[in-house]
Unconditional design. Sequence first.
Length: 88
Amino acid sequence: MSHYPSQDHEKEVDNRTVELEMLRERRTAVHEELQRLDELRAKEAEDYKALTNACLQYSCCVLLSYAFICFEMHFTILLHSLTLITML
């Protein structure tokens, strides 16, 4: 009769070994998925930063263009004013 508990014990050990291996495989798969998601997040952050920098550069170019146009207009008005003054 002592033979049966030993078989039960071996069967239990085998079952636990299978469960342990399944858990290891699952852990590996989850770890790989975590790495993939982390790489994706890093890429999205890099893309967002590049887009933000591009928008900022564009905004600076627009503002500089506007400032130049305003300066040009004021300079033209100043020249016309000087011309009128010298004509007096």
